[in-house]
Structure formats: structure tokens, C-alpha cells
Design a protein around this ligand. Structure first.
Ligand code: HEC
Ligand code: HEC
Ligand code: HEC
Ligand code: HEC
Ligand code: HEC
Ligand code: HEC
Ligand code: HEC
Ligand code: HEC
Length: 443
């Protein structure tokens, strides 16, 4: 989105904060429409407002020579910071200029800032207690947060980013981002007050005016895929859908998060993860069943998916963008309800048949959209997966149940969900890019 330049405002800005050399870089249009530039709820650092600067003024983030009128307003960080920011652009996973305001307590933004998870905003899961961005980036094992050091390393030298770039600015344009919703700390997204917080890294420009937001324009929605997008339910509802609680289900109101996330997570770029201590698997969304190829034969999915094939999902249907109490940023609330437990371990310790690793925590996720045994037959226990693997009732089960011990490390008994076999770690066969023995995609 581009907005008409208003030079008068620019001149005032330039004089006010002495960033004259920068004046043509940041145009007033997108900035005054942004959350940060808003004069009612925008940036407002108390030590700057005390000097008479109005809310939304650039000086709440930028200070020439780290000082104004000869003294340095709080916080005092000694040497001038890059981009004349009031605090170092980036220090660590839990320290940097953005966290100086985006925290609910001890914030330099007057009153502090409450922010929410994606599950809260889009999922409508308003009992989630996570309430600021610092908290979202502070998850450590068994939870997870997008590792900002790794992102900083990854973007350095790409798309005009440099060694001094802020990793939050990989995904957000600080001079243009708008809230979704804005100025509503305790509300989920609403169809009447939409905003657009993100910008695509591959469209990044040092001229932040030229770096448009992502999701606001036609062609930037999940609806734009040829395959149908089916919106998940809102928390506790079967009539309201993500992301904004309206009855729209086709993704015409949802940012195309696939294109956004695959700027980085694609088949070309190798990404190292400090958290996982290895390179990430690459993702070819054109070859995945949750992506652009269809399930084969039958699928057994819960409402609102209703066992219909031909669907594309959004990355954020399953993942948080910042952090989560689960591994690999798996959302704690998916398709209308919270997961049945916490996902603390995904990778298997044994993927050689008969499989001795019985961990099936990851199935808490699958269960939110796929029919487990209980969904097929409510005499079966929940989170057992006999039907989709063994029963013709699921349409196309991949395995005939016999010689149980060739796959299950222990147990046996009558065919059915109540057989007392040990379970098998799902991740041995189900992960991004996984296939069965015959090349059939299994995720
Ligand atoms: C990998 C990309 C990525 C990175 C890195 C990232 N974000 Fe986000 N951020 C997102 C996405 C995606 C959303 C959700 C957008 C939506 O709801 O439409 C979001 C949402 C937000 C929101 C709005 C939250 C709310 O309450 O609705 C804020 C504020 C925010 N991010 C700040 C930050 C800060 C500060 C950093 C760095 C510490 C950061 N982000 C790093 C992708 C990212
Ligand atoms: C919320 C804090 C915030 C506000 C408010 C803000 N900026 Fe920035 N600005 C930043 C950050 C952070 C960077 C560094 C971006 C990066 O890491 O690439 C930056 C970078 C810049 C740059 C350098 C861009 C580049 O990459 O060369 C200019 C120029 C600039 N800001 C001017 C302004 C002006 C003018 C205003 C007011 C109209 C303003 N900023 C308001 C946070 C802010
Ligand atoms: C001086 C304080 C301050 C700093 C520093 C700051 N922000 Fe903000 N930010 C705000 C305020 C105030 C809002 C508007 C909150 C609202 O809507 O009530 C906001 C809103 C946002 C939004 C829109 C989503 C939302 O919460 O409404 C994003 C995205 C965002 N900030 C990202 C960043 C990033 C990334 C950085 C660091 C580059 C940063 N902010 C630094 C104060 C700050
Ligand atoms: C947010 C909902 C959602 C979640 C969560 C989810 N799936 Fe799916 N899954 C679907 C949909 C919808 C399809 C059908 C895709 C299509 O139309 O091609 C599907 C298709 C599949 C298929 C293809 C089946 C076939 O017959 O070809 C497999 C295998 C699968 N999912 C496994 C999993 C596993 C394992 C998990 C948990 C780790 C999981 N899914 C989590 C929605 C979901
Ligand atoms: C600017 C590049 C970039 C974008 C955009 C991006 N990521 Fe990442 N992502 C990374 C990097 C670098 C890592 C490795 C560091 C880490 O593990 O957190 C990573 C790691 C991950 C991981 C593994 C995290 C873990 O620790 O196990 C997941 C899951 C993930 N990203 C999902 C997403 C989703 C979903 C989106 C879109 C909402 C997204 N990413 C957008 C760069 C990016
Ligand atoms: C070719 C491999 C294979 C063979 C042989 C096999 N199974 Fe399975 N079975 C699986 C897979 C894969 C799953 C899905 C993982 C899971 O649910 O633990 C599964 C799941 C099950 C489940 C659900 C377990 C749970 O906790 O979710 C039961 C019960 C089961 N099988 C019974 C049997 C019985 C009884 C036999 C022998 C008569 C048998 N299976 C033979 C592969 C096999
Ligand atoms: C030994 C490999 C293996 C293991 C282990 C395994 N699965 Fe599967 N699973 C498959 C295959 C193969 C399919 C059939 C994919 C297809 O239809 O193309 C499948 C299908 C599925 C489906 C799709 C059902 C549908 O809608 O058509 C789900 C959901 C699923 N598995 C969940 C699980 C869960 C949960 C676990 C762990 C408890 C698990 N699987 C363990 C091999 C495995
Ligand atoms: C149906 C739910 C679902 C969807 C949709 C989904 N993911 Fe995942 N993702 C998972 C699960 C489950 C794992 C853990 C197993 C694995 O590694 O694949 C995972 C793992 C990851 C990882 C870590 C890979 C590694 O090396 O361990 C990344 C990165 C990631 N996802 C990114 C994405 C991106 C980007 C998208 C959209 C293009 C996306 N995911 C869509 C469920 C999903």
C-alpha cells in the first residue's frame, strides 16, 4: 500500500528530530497511517513526551546523537545507536529497541504494551494469557520461539538487509505496520477494524515508503490460490471462522501467509536453526498435501474440513509466528479448541521398525483437524489412530493389520482401536516433505 506524500509534515518531522538527511527516506503518508505514527495511540515514550513532543513523533524512537537538547532522555545507553535509535536496534533474543516498548511491564511506552499470540487474535482464544511480544520471544525448550539471532544472520546480505538490521524488521516495517486490531489490546481480530502488521522480507527496501505492507492488497490473500482455502473455526465456535470471526471461510480475508513464510522457508535457502542444532528441512509447498497437491483417495477430516480433498492450508493454521509453549512454534489452539496436551518432543529416537518410540504428542495437533478413533467410533479412546491406518472405514488405510510385531514394538490382540499395541511416533512418517515408500506424499 502506498500513500500520498505530505511534504509539510515531512519538514516538521525533519526539523523536530534533526533527521534532515533522512527526510526523503521516510515519507509521511504510510507513517501517519501506521500504528507507530498514530497521534491517538502511537509511540509515546514518557521521557520524550515530557520534552513536549507529541504522540506519534519519530523522536520517540530516533534521537540525533543519542541526545535531545543536550541531555539524553531515558533510557541512557551511552554511545549513539545505529539509525539514531534511542536504544540498540538489536541486542539478543530478549533485548533490543522493539522490546523497550513491546513489553507489558517496565516499558518505555507510557502504560506498557499488551500484544497477543496469533491464536488469540485470529483464533479468538481470548483466555490465552500471553500478553506481550517479549514473552512470545522468551519461550525455551520445551516451548519454542523464532530464533532472532538466526534470522538476523539469515537476512544479512539478502534483500538489502545488512549486519545492523533488526531481525523484527525482517517481517515488519516499523514505519508502516498497522495493528490487527489496532489499539485494542484485549480483542481478537474483527472484520470491521482490520489492519496489516507484516511486510514481506523479499520486498524489503531501505526506502521504507516503497516497502509495502503484505496482506492488504488484492493478490495477497489465501483466497488467491487455485485450491480452496478452508478457514478453521474460531475458539469454541462452529459459526465464526479465522481470522476475523466473521462467517467468511474462503481466505479472502486472510493474508497469504504461505507466500510470506516461504520467502525464507523454501527449497532454495538453507536455514540453520540454533534451537534444533541443525539445518531446517526445506519446504516445497507445491508438493505437500497440506499445500498445493491434493490428498489421494480419501481424507478423514473433522468439521469444517469435512473429509473434502482439494484444500490448501496457511502456515499459521498450525504455527505461531513468534513463539509457542509447544515445539516448532505449533499453536496451542487450533481449529476451535486448545490442543489436548503440550508438544514437548517431536523428533523420534527410533524410526526403524518395529518402532520402540511411542511418543505421539504431535498427534494433539493432528487431532484438531483429523478424525481420530474416537471420531470414528465414540467407544474408542481419543488420540488413538487405528482407523486411518488400518480400517477401511477411513476409505484408504495404508496398512493391513497383521503381524503386528513387525511395526508395533509391543502388544497385539484383536484388530480394532482397543488392541493393546504400543503406539508409534508419528513424526517417523509425518513431517514436511515426508513420503511413504512409494513416493506418495504423507504430509
Ligand atoms: C518471521 C516473521 C516475524 C518476525 C521475525 C517477527 N514477527 Fe511480529 N508478527 C509476525 C506475524 C506473521 C504476525 C501476525 C500477523 C497477523 O496477525 O496478521 C506478527 C504480529 C506482530 C505484532 C502484533 C501482535 C498483536 O498483538 O496482534 C507485533 C506487535 C509484532 N509482531 C512485533 C514484533 C517484534 C517486536 C518482533 C521482534 C522482536 C517481531 N514481531 C518479529 C511475523 C514476525
Ligand atoms: C517504532 C520506532 C520507530 C519510529 C516511531 C520511527 N522509526 Fe525510523 N527506524 C526504526 C527502526 C527500528 C529502524 C531500523 C530499521 C532496520 O533495522 O532496518 C529505523 C530506520 C530509519 C531510517 C533508516 C532507514 C534505512 O534503512 O536506511 C530512517 C531514515 C528513519 N528510520 C526515519 C524515521 C522517521 C523520519 C520517522 C518519523 C516519520 C521514523 N523513522 C519513525 C524505528 C522507528
Ligand atoms: C516507542 C515505543 C515503541 C517502540 C520502540 C516500538 N513500538 Fe511497535 N508499537 C508501539 C505502539 C504504541 C503501537 C500501537 C499499539 C496499539 O495499537 O495500541 C505499536 C504497534 C506495533 C505494531 C502493530 C501491531 C500492534 O501491536 O498494534 C507492530 C507490528 C509493531 N509495533 C512492531 C514493532 C517493531 C518491529 C518494533 C521495533 C523495530 C517496534 N514495534 C518498536 C510502540 C513501540
Ligand atoms: C488445521 C487443520 C489440519 C491439521 C492441524 C492437520 N491436518 Fe492433515 N490435512 C488437513 C486437510 C484439510 C487435509 C486435506 C488436504 C487436501 O485437500 O489435499 C489434510 C491432509 C492430510 C494428509 C493426506 C491424506 C491423504 O489421504 O492423502 C495427511 C497424511 C495428513 N493430513 C496428516 C496430518 C498429520 C499427521 C497431522 C498432525 C501432525 C495433520 N495432518 C494435521 C488438515 C489438517
Ligand atoms: C526472514 C526469514 C523468515 C521468515 C519470513 C519466516 N521464518 Fe521461520 N525461521 C527462520 C529462521 C532463520 C529459522 C531458524 C531459527 C529457529 O529455529 O527459530 C526459522 C525457524 C522456523 C521454525 C522452526 C522453529 C524451531 O525452533 O523449531 C518454524 C516452525 C518456522 N520457522 C515457521 C515459520 C512460519 C510459520 C513463518 C511465517 C509466519 C516463518 N517461519 C517465517 C526464518 C524465517
Ligand atoms: C506395517 C506396519 C503396521 C502393522 C503391521 C500393524 N500396524 Fe497398527 N499401526 C501402524 C501405524 C503406522 C499406526 C499409527 C501410529 C499409532 O497410532 O501409534 C498404527 C496404529 C495402530 C493402533 C492405534 C495405536 C495408537 O495408540 O494410536 C492400533 C490399536 C493398531 N495399530 C493395531 C494393530 C494391530 C492389532 C496389528 C496387528 C494385527 C497392527 N496394528 C499391525 C502400523 C502398523
Ligand atoms: C510407519 C509410518 C506411519 C506412522 C508411524 C504414522 N503414520 Fe499416519 N499415515 C501413514 C501413511 C502411509 C498414511 C496414508 C497417507 C495417504 O493417504 O496418502 C497415513 C495417514 C495419516 C493421516 C491422514 C488420514 C486421512 O485423513 O486420510 C493422519 C491424520 C495420520 N496418518 C496421523 C498419524 C498419527 C497421529 C500418527 C502417530 C500416532 C501416525 N499417523 C503415525 C504412515 C504413518
Ligand atoms: C498441518 C499443520 C501444518 C501446516 C499447515 C504447516 N506446518 Fe510447519 N510443521 C508442522 C509440524 C507438525 C511440524 C513438525 C514436524 C516437521 O518437522 O515437519 C512442522 C515443522 C515446521 C518447520 C521445522 C522443520 C524442521 O526442520 O524441523 C518449519 C520451518 C515449518 N514447519 C514451517 C512451515 C511453513 C513455512 C508452513 C507454510 C508454508 C508450514 N510450516 C505449514 C505443521 C504444519
Amino acid at each position: 500500500m502506498r500513500v500520498v506524500i505530505k511534504y509539510t509534515f515531512l519538514v516538521i518531522v525533519a526539523i523536530a528530530i534533526g533527521l534532515g538527511v533522512y527526510v526523503l527516506s521516510v515519507k509521511a503518508g504510510p507513517y501517519i497511517s501506521s500504528s507507530h505514527g498514530n497521534t491517538t495511540y502511537g509511540v509515546n515514550r514518557s521521557s520524550i513526551s515530557a520534552l513536549g513532543y507529541s504522540r506519534g513523533n519519530c523522536a520517540h524512537c530516533h534521537e540525533q546523537h543519542a541526545s535531545i537538547n543536550g541531555s539524553e532522555p531515558a533510557p541512557s545507553s551511552g554511545a549513539p545507536s545505529n539509525y539514531a535509535l534511542f536504544y540498540d536496534n538489536y541486542v539478543s533474543q530478549t533485548d533490543g529497541v522493539c522490546f523497550q516498548c513491546h513489553t507489558d511491564t517496565g516499558s518505555y511506552q507510557t502504560g506498557g504494551l499488551v500484544n497477543r499470540s496469533y491464536s488469540y487474535r485470529a483464533g479468538g482464544w481470548t483466555t490465552d494469557t500471553l500478553n506481550d511480544i517479549l514473552e512470545a520471544f522468551s519461550f525455551t525448550a520445551p516451548g519454542s520461539s523464532h530464533n532472532l539471532d538466526d534470522i538476523k544472520t539469515f537476512i544479512d546480505g539478502r534483500w538489502g538487509y545488512t549486519a545492523t538490521s533488526n531481525p523484527c524488521v525482517a517481517c515488519h516495517n516499523p514505519h508502516a505496520a498497522t495493528g490487527d486490531p489496532a489499539n485494542a489490546p484485549n480483542s481478537p481480530k474483527s472484520s470491521t477494524t482490520r489492519g496489516y502488521p507484516i511486510a514481506r522480507p523479499s520486498q524489503h527496501s531501505k526506502d521504507t515508503n516503497a516497502w509495502g505492507l503484505w496482506g492488504d492488497d488484492p493478490g495477497e490473500k489465501m483466497r488467491d490460490y487455485t485450491l480452496d482455502y478452508q478457514a478453521p473455526y474460531r475458539y469454541g465456535s462452529t459459526t465464526q471462522y479465522e481470522p476475523d470471526g466473521s462467517t467468511t471461510q474462503d481466505g479472502s480475508n486472510l493474508t497469504d501467509f504461505v507466500t510470506f513464510c516461504t520467502d525464507c522457508h523454501n527449497t532454495v535457502d538453507t536455514i540453520y536453526s540454533t534451537t534444533l542444532a541443525r539445518n531446517l528441512r526445506t519446504i516445497d509447498w507445491t508438493q505437500e498435501k497440506h499445500g498445493l497437491i491434493d490428498g489421494n483417495g480419501a481424507v478423514s477430516t473433522d468439521p469444517p474440513y469435512d473429509s473434502v480433498i482439494g484444500k490448501v492450508l496457511a502456515c499459521t493454521d498450525c504455527h505461531e509466528p513468534h513463539g509457542s509453549p509447544n515445539q516448532v512454534l505449533i499453536r496451542a489452539e487450533v481449529n476451535g479448541d486448545v490442543l489436548g496436551g503440550t508438544i514437548t518432543t517431536i523428533e523420534s529416537t527410533d524410526c526403524t521398525p518395529p518402532y520402540s518410540d511411542t511418543n505421539k504428542e504431535i498427534a494433539y495437533l493432528c487431532q484438531r483437524c483429523h478424525m481420530d478413533d474416537y471420531d470414528f467410533n465414540n467407544l474408542c479412546p481419543p488420540n488413538r489412530w487405528y482407523y486411518v491406518h488400518h480400517s477401511s472405514a477411513s476409505g484408504d488405510p495404508p496398512y493391513w493389520a497383521s503381524s503386528c510385531g513387525s511395526c508395533h514394538a509391543s502388544g497385539g490382540g484383536p484388530r480394532g482401536c482397543d488392541a493393546s499395541v504400543s503406539s508409534i511416533n508419528c513424526n517417523c512418517c509425518h513431517y514436511h516433505g515426508s513420503t511413504d515408500g512409494s513416493g506418495n506424499q504423507t504430509f
